[in-house]
Design a protein around this ligand. Structure first.
Ligand code: ADP
Length: 458
């Protein structure tokens, strides 16, 4: 079988034992190990000068090829256009979007430069799979250099409605570039409908019912490929961690109280402020939960050099302080707000311990935490998932209590419902969701995307 080349903004740090940090990284790494291949992308380092060629590291059948970025490249391509223009717009936060033409030029320049770095490493029959919004123009840059390999693209974040996408000034250039791929995958059917709508009504292309596209003089395919996790491995990890130090300490301080847990990067797309207010509302409307329920929010800071991320951090610190000040008692802190990373095993066991998984992003491509929470539960006595309808995961996890994260009162009522749900209903909902998680695992996601990519132009 032809070699697989994965291209992503960051190459996941893979430990010596071969385990990567997150589910996606593990899923992709497995595919590389099976067929042999290469993972190419940014090392995460910012250096004073661009390297002449990628740093190559071989680990068994997998080659890691990484490059550093200059400060200017980082500012324009990564911090600027990717994370201060595309990320907010694609998450429907046009109000937070900044646009600077120089940053867009830098985004295109870095994509072209990255493509040049990869070209000498390519073989004619390699299959190339590019990931996420940082790299939309990557295939166009390869095509301009005469590369004819099969190239697929997967967008991990939402694909926005046309009328939102057109607020990005160079939307036409982006979408022309997107059509240089052979296969474009998005997370959900609503994302696919939005992409189709743009291609038909803005690009004046045609899209067939089975996803064949003709637009901008190119032919490609589009499809929805919901990303998953390894549910059974996560369940095993969650079980193992039950006797660990972190969980023992937690139980000692909980005194049999009920536990609500949220885990997110500290990002304005995650709906954290609304979530805190809904927990406050729960304590307000159902005083029986006071001193009986604690809410742990784990949220390590990310992208802290962008102003909107500094603002959300300040806002949340103010909200948690205010709510705790209002309701806390000598021996009970309503919200425990933890600003740090944890090992996967610790998070998994925390999920298992929690009576409610509280996952309420304003927008999210998929949200793997929702899936991890479900997989981590004890099937005999599972917790309840409260899930935003605007997370991609809500398309699959119909055993969750689905909420609108704007509706603070509605979320408080859902929390109350979750905390009081009888065991047989919890079991039935959990079993339904586990069936979906096993059916749509990360290997199914990866294999179906790669099968469709290998089948194009055959
Ligand atoms: P996003 O990709 O927007 O961050 P997802 O929920 O899809 O959101 O994926 C986040 C991943 O990162 C999950 O696998 C989750 O377990 C992990 N994660 C989130 N917060 C932490 C944390 N504090 N420590 C370690 N891992 C985390």
């Amino acid at each position: 079988m032809s070699r697989l080349i994965i291209v992503s903004n960051r190459v996941a740090p893979i430990s010596e034992g071969g385990m990567a940090a997150g589910g996606l990284a593990v899923g992709v790494y497995d595919a590389l190990r099976e067929t042999g291949g290469m993972w190419f992308g940014w090392s995460g380092e910012v250096a004073s000068a661009a390297p002449a060629s990628p740093k190559i590291e071989e680990r068994g059948p997998v080659t890691f090829a990484t490059v550093s970025l200059t400060r200017r490249d980082y500012d324009q391509y990564y911090r600027g256009f990717s994370n201060d223009t595309l990320w907010p717009t694609f998450h429907y936060r046009s109000d937070l979007t900044h646009y600077d033409r120089h940053e867009f030029d830098g985004y295109q320049r870095v994509n072209a430069w990255l493509a040049h770095q990869l070209i000498p490493l390519l073989r004619p029959d390699d299959v190339i799979w590019v990931h996420d919004y940082h790299l939309i123009p990557f295939a166009e840059a390869l095509r301009q250099e005469g590369i004819t390999n099969r190239i697929g693209f997967f967008l991990h974040i939402p694909f926005p409605a046309s009328q939102v996408l057109v607020t990005v000034p160079p939307h036409d250039k982006l979408m022309r570039a997107l059509c240089c791929y052979d296969l474009v995958g998005v997370q959900t059917e609503p994302d696919l409908r939005a992409l189709r709508d743009y291609l038909e009504h803005e690009a004046h292309g045609t899209v067939s019912a089975d996803g064949r596209v003709d637009a901008y003089g190119r032919s490609l395919r589009i499809g929805a490929y919901p990303i998953g996790i390894y549910p059974d491995e996560l369940a095993a990890l969650a079980k193992e961690g039950q006797d660990g130090r972190h969980l023992k300490n937690l139980r000692q301080t909980m005194h049999e109280r009920r536990l609500i847990v949220s885990v997110d990067r500290l990002d304005y797309s995650k709906g954290l402020v609304e979530r805190f207010r809904a927990f406050e509302k729960l304590l307000e409307i159902s005083p029986n939960h006071r001193a009986q329920v604690s809410f742990i929010q784990v949220a390590p800071p990310t992208r802290s050099d962008i102003q909107s991320y500094q603002q959300i951090r300040l806002q949340l610190e103010a909200e948690s302080g205010r709510i705790n000040g209002r309701f806390a008692e000598m021996d009970w802190t309503p919200i425990r707000y933890l600003h740090r990373q944890y090992e996967r095993a610790v998070l998994a066991s925390l999920f298992r311990e929690a009576h409610v998984g509280y996952v309420t992003p304003l927008r999210d491509g998929m949200n793997l935490v929702a899936k991890e929470y479900v997989a981590a539960q004890d099937p005999e006595d599972p917790g309840v998932l409260v899930l935003s309808r605007f997370a991609g995961a809500a398309q699959e996890l119909d055993g969750a209590l689905i909420v609108n994260p704007i509706d603070v009162q509605g979320m408080a009522e859902a929390l109350d419902h979750a905390l009081g749900m009888p065991l047989d209903e919890r079991r039935a909902r959990h079993a339904r969701m586990m069936t979906v998680l096993r059916r749509n695992s990360v290997s199914v996601w990866r294999d179906s995307f790669l099968r469709d990519l290998r089948a194009v132009r055959q």
